[in-house]
Design a protein around this ligand. Sequence first.
Ligand code: KE4
Length: 471
Amino acid sequence: LPSEADKCCLCPRKPSPGVLQSVHYPHLPLGLASETSIDSMRRVDSSAALFERASQYIPGGVNSPVRAFRSVGLTPLYIDHGKGAHVFDVDGNEYIDYISSWGPLLLGHAYPPIQEAIRLELEKGTSYGACNAREVEMAELICTKFFPSVERVRMVNSGTEATMSAVRLARGFTGRDKIIKFEGCYHGHADTFLISAGSGLATFGQTSSAGVTKHIIEDTLVATYNDIESVRRTLEAHRGKVAAIILEPIMGNMGLIPPAPGFLEELRRVTEEEGVLLIFDEVISGFRAARGGAQELYGIRPDLTCLGKIIGGGLPVGAFGGRADIMDRLAPLGDVYQAGTLSGNPLALAAGITMLQTLAEPDFYTRLEEKGQAFEATIRPILDRYTDRLSYNRVGSLSTIFFTPGGVHSNADAKRSDTEAYARYFRGMIERGIYLPPSQFECIFLSMAHSREDFDRTATAMDEVLREVLG
Ligand code: KE4
């Protein structure tokens, strides 16, 4: 093994590509600390070299399509570490990060109390496959401090697990097969949702996935977001067969599209009239739009709620919950099965609990809204120069600049965006150290770590790049 003197620095200096950062693993018996494991664990290549290696073993070189940067005409960055609102790639470049890991990092990267909570929990172990006290703490926090509509909650490991489990439960509870989703909404990659979906699917110009069987497609009906008449027509055509309507109450996966005034209220009313369950997918909006998510912000009580992202503080956690009479149909009490090896993992919940305890502070959401307002105020003078080319939507710390004029209030509006112009904008901004979502059909996610200086730097870059892209 390399000598102690070769001990690497965890926060890499500007490494030259391909250099094998030597490390010292005294705790690993020689047989384990083989050259291969050290090489794969510590070899510091450039993003380009890592992508080339990754592409040999990982489809498209990525573990989630939107990271591939294909729609913005680049190859992906490989991030080495993050701190606050900034990330640092393996080539030593620093960026202001407006992705925040696609939402989870509401407090910024490497938030010290969360790091400490993980460190302390780690000393006790990582997973038991048995009940642990963290599960109780998390359930109590969700049910008593954040979501009054959630009388019972079940922990899972991702947003997809949360939404697919909620839909199965709704079908089991109602005895009905069909669900209604909205064009452009994305609820994760379970088969039942990959029809007319947003996020990564929209990014690649398709809205449905191969491999989804016709029976699944028959049971997923699609309505138009912000168009309550399209919902009424769909329900009328399938009266008595629809188990639930699932939606992002604030649409985030075609870029940010807020609910039209009265839309959510009408949706609640028509679902109650028809005996159809209302499922709010708050994987993005939960803990972000307000303490109690979009349902608090707009005063709607759904029957079931799906959570993810922020709830894990950056580690893999999802959850679904809602009315006790519905949730108690879950095994082992009821006949709707759902399970998970790592559900309620103590390490992940230690991070999530620390996150939620911070969000429970009295003035947190006032300060978060001030952050969103400050960001908008900083870029507004630039946006106002391009009202004939751009639209801008914001709800709190979520926002999107659409490369289409006239406002974006629906999926159809969003789809008019000039994605080529967005790609040129993205490339210009990332060259200036501003890391935006690599797709027109995603949101900017602010964190509490973003500073006034970050916003000023972003506005300066935006001013230059939009002059290049739009004139
Ligand atoms: P996950 O399974 O990716 O944890 O969550 C799925 C999901 C469910 N519901 C909503 C509203 C979501 O936005 C998501 C996932 N969001 C995308 C970004 N828009 C994740 C990023 C990615 O796919 O890499």
